[in-house]
Structures are given as C-alpha cells and as structure tokens.
Ligand binder design. Structure first.
Ligand code: NAP
Length: 253
C-alpha cells in the first residue's frame, strides 16, 4: 500500500525481525521515516537499516528493552531528536515465554511475558501519547498494537500466559482509544493468526504455524507482509474514522 505520508515518523518496537521487520520495510516503501527498535538482535536491526537507507536516511535503529522505563523514555527522546515526534507507534515487540500449561508456568515466565507484552506496550503508548497529543501541542497520530487471535482462543495447553498478555493488550487498545480520541490519536490493534516467523521455532516448535494453520478456514499461515499491510492501513489516514478496533488478520480463524 503506497501512501502520501512522506514525512511521518513511525516507531516499530521489535522491528529487527519477523513481522516487525516487514512493517518497517512496508512503512519505508509507504514514505515513512522509521525507527527500528530491538532488544537483542543488533546485527539484524542494523542490517535492516542498511537495506532500507539506500539513497537517504529513512531508518534509524535504537536498542531498547521496552520493559525498562528509563530506556523507553530515552528511546522516544532519541526518536524525537533524529526524526521529530512520533506520528505512528506500532507496539509489535512480543515474547511467548515458551510452552507451559498453567499448572507448570513459573513466576519468572509470567513476569517476562507481562513485562514485554503488557508493560512495554503501556510504556511506549504513554510516551507516544505525550508526543502526539493535540492537547499538549502535538500533531495527533496513531497507535497500532500487534495483538493475537490467541487473546480470544485462550492458548489452552500451550501458553495461556501469552494469550492473557494479548488480552491485556486488547483492553489497552479499547481503553486508550476512548481516552485519547479527542486528542487526535487513534488506537487500534491487529490480531494475527498463525504467521510463519521465528516466534514458533524460538518457542520450540518450528512447524507450529504451518501445522495449525492447516486447520483454519484458509488452510495456510499468514505472511508477515499480510500483517504489515493491515498495520499500515490502520496507521494511515485511510482509516481516519477507525479507532478502538481489533482487526483479525487470521485467515478466518
Ligand atoms: P519474532 O520473530 O519472535 O520477533 C519478535 C520481535 O520482538 C523481535 O524483533 C525482538 O527483538 C522483539 N522483542 C522481544 N522482546 C523485546 C523487548 N523486551 N524489547 C524490545 N523488543 C523486543 O516474533 P513475530 O512473530 O514477528 O511477532 C511479532 C508480534 O506479533 C508479537 O507481538 C507476537 O506476539 C505477534 N504475533 C505473532 C504471531 C505469529 O504467528 N508469528 C501470531 C500472533 C501474534 P530482539 O530480537 O532484538 O530481541
């Protein structure tokens, strides 16, 4: 999807790999300047910056564990210094914590998953609202949360902890959308189904997306580009009357 947003700034959390990297690529093709956030994958993040900064500087990588408040504050300050205030925040970074039934899940796993998927998304949203809000002199903007269909299915037998974190993200989407609508900020979410990224292999089941997607109406996993297209549409003025929506991009699941 090509848009006229030639000078808008998008910050993609977890932009180094998988769905986030595809969102960054599509955003650059759509005319955004993009901050690519990463926590550990410095090599991948900087390779993506090199791939996208072909003729001019349109991307900038920032290392930040989004669960660390001071680091998030610094990331938004650096974004402002490099590309100006954020126009679009994509809360994409996420971890599953691996497979565990509720009777086995550890407090450490719960803390890790909630710290990134919930607290990280809240902290980034807070900083984005501060830069975007028309109430405090900002230009408005859009926040797109990358949730999961797991929030509706519950993740039984695999990762209820992960599904619950995405349930919290859905509630953040609904509540924040209503809270900041009058400040010129739209807040929406995309809820992917099974997408073939490293997320599944990192949880210990590389074939998971293909195997489970075979049981869905479309019978195949989604691609990162299909999720990125949905994110870019929600970010764009084409979705100017859409806020508080959780859009399933899940092949009918
Ligand atoms: P992925 O390939 O595992 O990539 C995850 C990204 O999140 C990486 O860039 C990683 O950066 C980043 N990240 C993790 N913890 C972070 C932290 N504390 N601070 C900053 N960045 C952090 O996963 P993916 O499949 O692309 O998933 C992207 C989003 O889509 C996630 O929110 C996921 O829950 C959601 N989703 C995925 C699927 C699917 O089937 N793949 C389905 C539904 C929803 P580093 O490598 O630098 O650590």
């Amino acid at each position: 999807m090509e848009t006229a947003n030639k000078t808008k700034t998008m910050l993609v959390t977890g932009g180094s790999r998988g769905i986030g990297a595809e969102i960054a690529r599509l955003a650059v093709r759509s005319g955004y300047r993009v901050v690519i956030n990463y926590a550990n994958s410095a090599e991948a993040a900087h390779a993506l910056v090199d791939e996208l900064n072909i003729t001019r500087i349109v991307t900038h990588a920032i290392r930040c564990d989004i669960s660390e408040e001071a680091s998030v504050v610094d990331m938004f300050a650096e974004t402002n210094a490099v590309f100006g205030p954020v126009d679009v925040l994509v809360n994409n970074a996420g971890v599953t914590g691996g497979f565990a039934k509720v009777c086995d899940v550890t407090a450490q796993t719960l803390s890790d998953v909630m710290s990134t998927n919930v607290i990280g998304a809240f902290l980034c949203s807070r900083e984005a609202v501060c830069q975007m809000s028309k109430r405090t002199g900002g230009a408005g903007g859009a926040i797109v949360n990358v949730s999961s269909r797991a929030s509706q299915y519950g993740g039984a037998g695999e990762w209820v902890h992960y599904a619950a974190s995405k349930g919290a993200m859905d509630t953040l989407t609904l509540g924040l959308a209503r809270e900041v609508a009058s400040e010129g900020i739209r807040v929406n979410a995309v809820a992917p189904g099974f997408v073939d990224t490293d997320l599944h292999a990192n949880a210990g089941d590389a074939d998971r997306a293909t195997r489970l997607a075979a049981q869905t109406p479309m019978g195949r996993p989604g691609t990162s580009l299909e999720i990125a297209n949905t994110v870019l549409w929600l970010a764009d003025d084409a979705a100017s009357y859409v806020t508080g929506a959780i859009v399933a991009a899940a092949g009918g699941r």
